[in-house]
Design a protein around this ligand. Sequence first.
Ligand SMILES: NC(=O)c1ccc[n+]([C@@H]2O[C@H](COP(=O)([O-])OP(=O)(O)OC[C@H]3O[C@@H](n4cnc5c(N)ncnc54)[C@H](OP(=O)(O)O)[C@@H]3O)[C@@H](O)[C@H]2O)c1
Length: 489
Amino acid sequence: MDESNAIVIFGASGDLTRRKLMPSLYDLYRKGRLPKNWRIVGVSRTDFSDEAFQAHVEAGVKEFARSMYDARQWAEFAANLCYFRGDLTHFEQLQGVDRMLCEWEDGRQGNRLYYLSIAPNLYEQAIANLGAADMVHQDHGWRRVVIEKPFGQDLASARALNQAVHRVLDESQIYRIDHYLGKETVQNLLVFRFANSLYEPVWNRNYIDHVQITAAETVDVGHRAEFYDKVGVVRDMMQNHVMQLLALVATEPPTSFAAEAIRNEKAKVFQSIRPIRPENVAGCTVRGQYRTYRDTPGVAPGSTTPTYAAIRYYIDNWRWQGVPFYMRSGKALAAKSTEITIFFKRPPHVMFPMPEGAQLAPNYLSICIQPDEGIEFSFQAKVPDTVAEMRTVDMSFQYEQSFGAMAIPEAYERLLLDVIKGDPSLFTRSDAIELSWQLIDPILEAWQSKHAPPLSFYESGTWGPVEANELIAHDGYHWTHGCGQEGEA
Ligand SMILES: NC(=O)c1ccc[n+]([C@@H]2O[C@H](COP(=O)([O-])OP(=O)(O)OC[C@H]3O[C@@H](n4cnc5c(N)ncnc54)[C@H](OP(=O)(O)O)[C@@H]3O)[C@@H](O)[C@H]2O)c1
């Protein structure tokens, strides 16, 4: 039977749709990757005609799509783009969307992707109403629902949301998005580890000394202050993006590239991470705030919301016992950089003459997620024309050099295509979401208790509070940033 493929975006007038979803769909169209008989339906309350909506999307595509704007191809794309003015809190209005889709599907096998690009407090109602409007049964084609981040504010709310979602949808219909997982560099982590024979034998406590994961932003909270003040860096960045990176670094080899095999192994990592007890939270975490944060309109007076956090975790399994994992993330920092650095142990014996008290620098592998996507391996080399003087040098892989400047697609392109194909590998399963909240919750709770470390302040444009340096220096290390550049100013 002939089939049709509808992509229904709830929140069609919003920022994410304009900046990411529509430009990604346009790029997919230009690459010929959208399925046959496709159509995009935008739904929100703003009063757009189809033409006004198309013009709104066109401006976003011109600004944000990776591919060059092409008037002819845009016209072809726009011909499949329509708008439905509706409020998803009223299920009768969703029935209107359903009627519109049924008419277009015209008895074909009607596959539908519903993208919830709406505020998190609307997820539950939106899904309940999709159910009430009888729009999620799969008798005549698949029905898949993409849920944006954040998924919950803590374990209790994430659990409640999972339960509410499962009342209407089967887990196989749910795609909880974390766009970090759609980044090429993040996907490459599994290839790097498991498609090369060199690294896996040393990817364990016998050779790896410690791991650092940094997700640093230069931007401050800006116009998102009111939202951000209720959330903070741990909920905004750590619970989702940074924890996902940790899981990919630490996972055991999945038995196959199948979604469930990968998701099972990631869940096991979360199960193995040692929870931080309240009485230990001051020794294992740092919470910071940039100095001018409280002056931002929308931030509560005297707010203690952290804009910076550093956390040390241990993973209690055979592979990682005793290896510290340091994670940090913050706003208004010195550089925009997301990277994972794996530090290897120093050689057990040094036969080269070295100054008294000096140590060999460790080998380390920097996996740059963004912005300079690539991988660098730093090792010791002999300085020419010396007896045995050594210096750290790099072997470097840059995506841009190897695959071309335009090689890296927008993460949403890959993720949207995966939903259409029904591949949930890069989406978070319900148990993994709850497990990561289970680890993050005790920290957030302890930060509200007598065990809380003091809130540390830092200047914008620096690498965060000195206490974060002390956290890692206490174990004999220092933070690194920037592939190939050791140490921080
Ligand atoms: N923006 C980003 O870069 C980004 C990044 C990661 C995750 N996210 C997540 O993506 C989601 C959307 O974010 P956003 O930044 O695009 O938010 P936004 O700009 O505020 O857009 C929200 C959308 O929801 C629509 N909406 C609100 N109430 C509605 C209702 N009752 N019925 C139908 N539509 C309704 C709004 O349109 P009307 O007012 O016209 O109804 C608007 O189109 C959020 O969950 C956010 O956390 C966003």
